[in-house]
Design a protein around this ligand. Structure first.
Ligand code: CP3
Length: 405
């Protein structure tokens, strides 16, 4: 499945390639390299090229949870509006999505929402408390699994599409807007346990004691989520990220048996539809946390980009999975609480591990609410100033025609 996806992307390389920027029909290789060196790419092209492991002048950078509480202007909005009100009011959610763009000049803007929004649309209650999200009527048996609704995203979560359309209009065609959803396992954890709970005991009880039912739940989530993400793509997102925050709770055997097939099903469903609604195959970024023991399996998910945390050595992962799947990450969010010099050093080390090629710079998990804004700015700046140009040109010389499509 992964190979098919990657072939399809290659077939579309030329529509996004540097050739168009040179304006001269078929450009020579040196023209192309020069165009890259001149930073002629838009942020969206840069982002998509990084997703496809094509040469780039530098790695694009954004931050998970970049729209959030570390920003005083976000806290200001939250004084007046509840979290779910912000998420469900396109004007507010657009404003909050744009705050990190204005402050940090990131290379991608993620829409403001939450991975649990579809849970509500599937028919469950959702409350955002100070202790995190709570679903007061969790899914515990067959009747509850079957009652989950396959909702119409343009009706039940119309505000998500509206937010994306407004964001795309506001930012124009050169800035990638990112959509997202939870991966099936991580959403199941919240649907069954009803809240973030150490080890997700209720979810694992269902998995071990009623494996057929649990698989039915995961498949249902996968199909519903595919529809939800397709609506985001139709509304204009350049790429989507799947959050599998709790994948690391699983042993390899259970990951292979339950989480992985549902993730593959979801990403496979995306492949079928994406060509119709877009002129390129929309990249799927798969974030997973604490999955050092699962990466061989995660790499077979079909995802275009693997987003990993700080426990993973990116150079080693690159060797393990080969040159075709891009990587995202992976600085420890706690580094952002320290000194600027250490942030710059961490950024350099992370980018050196991949040579900045096929790499989207990010943290290994969401930015912490106590992060000083100046440190977030230093992180983005350090990433954007670290040039991978020399490395890319070198590789291009060694491996001519690599990105010819
Ligand atoms: O990245 C972004 O800036 C986009 C917005 C975004 C939010 N949540 C906003 C949010 C995204 C991508 C998420 C994903 C999300 N939500 C995940 C996966 C990634 C991760 O961080 O692990 C998970 C597990 C959730 C569920 C969730 N939502 C939790 C556990 C919490 C409470 C704890 C916390 O971090 O605040 C939320 C609430 C939430 N989602 C907030 C924000 C900004 C804080 C709400 C507030 O303003 O008080």
């Amino acid at each position: 499945m992964r190979a098919g996806r990657s072939d399809m992307m290659k077939a579309h390389t030329n529509t996004m390639g540097v050739e168009e920027k040179t304006g001269s029909g078929v450009a020579s290789r040196s023209d192309r390299v020069e165009a890259i060196a001149l930073n002629a790419l838009t942020r969206k092209e840069l982002f998509l090229r990084a997703c496809r492991c094509e040469p780039v002048p530098r790695a694009p950078v954004w931050i998970m949870r970049q729209a959030g509480r570390y920003l005083p202007e976000y806290r200001e909005i939250r004084k007046q509006h509840a979290f779910l009100e912000v998420a469900k009011t396109p004007e507010l959610s657009v404003e909050v999505s744009l705050q990190p763009w204005r402050r940090l000049s990131v290379d991608a803007v993620i829409m403001f929402s939450d991975i649990l929004i579809p849970a509500e649309a599937m028919g469950l209650g959702l409350e955002l408390t100070d202790g995190g999200p709570v679903l007061p009527t969790p899914v515990r048996g067959a009747a509850e699994v079957d009652a989950l609704r396959d909702f119409d995203p343009e009706v039940e979560t119309r505000f998500v599409g509206e937010t994306i359309r407004l964001l795309c209009r506001e930012l124009g065609p050169e800035v990638p807007v990112l959509g997202f959803a939870a991966a099936p396992w991580t959403l199941a954890c919240y649907l069954v346990d009803g809240r973030g709970r150490e080890g997700f005991p209720a979810t694992k009880t269902m998995m071990f004691n009623e494996p057929k039912l649990f698989r039915r739940l995961l498949e249902k989530i996968a199909r519903v989520t595919a529809g939800y993400l397709k609506a985001q793509i139709a509304a204009g997102v350049a790429a989507v990220q799947l959050f599998d925050t709790w994948a690391g709770e699983l042993a390899a055997r259970e990951y292979r048996e339950f989480a992985l097939p549902a993730t593959q099903l979801l990403i496979g469903e995306m492949d079928i539809a994406l060509n119709e609604s877009n002129n390129y195959v929309t990249p799927v970024i798969l974030y997973s946390k604490a999955t050092g023991h699962l990466l061989k399996e995660v790499a077979t998910s079909g995802a275009t980009v693997l987003s990993v945390d700080w426990r993973v050595d990116l150079a080693e992962l690159r060797r393990k999975i080969g040159p075709e799947i891009a990587l995202q990450g992976n600085i420890d969010p706690c580094v952002m609480l320290g000194k600027e010099a250490d942030i710059v050093r961490a950024v350099g080390a992370t980018l050196s591990a991949t040579g900045g090629r096929g790499h989207i710079l990010n943290l290994g998990h969401g930015i912490l609410p106590t992060t000083p804004v100046e440190n977030a700015q230093a992180f983005v700046r350090a990433g954007q100033e670290w040039s991978a140009h020399a490395k890319n040109v070198e590789e291009e010389e060694e491996n001519p025609g690599r990105d010819n499509g």
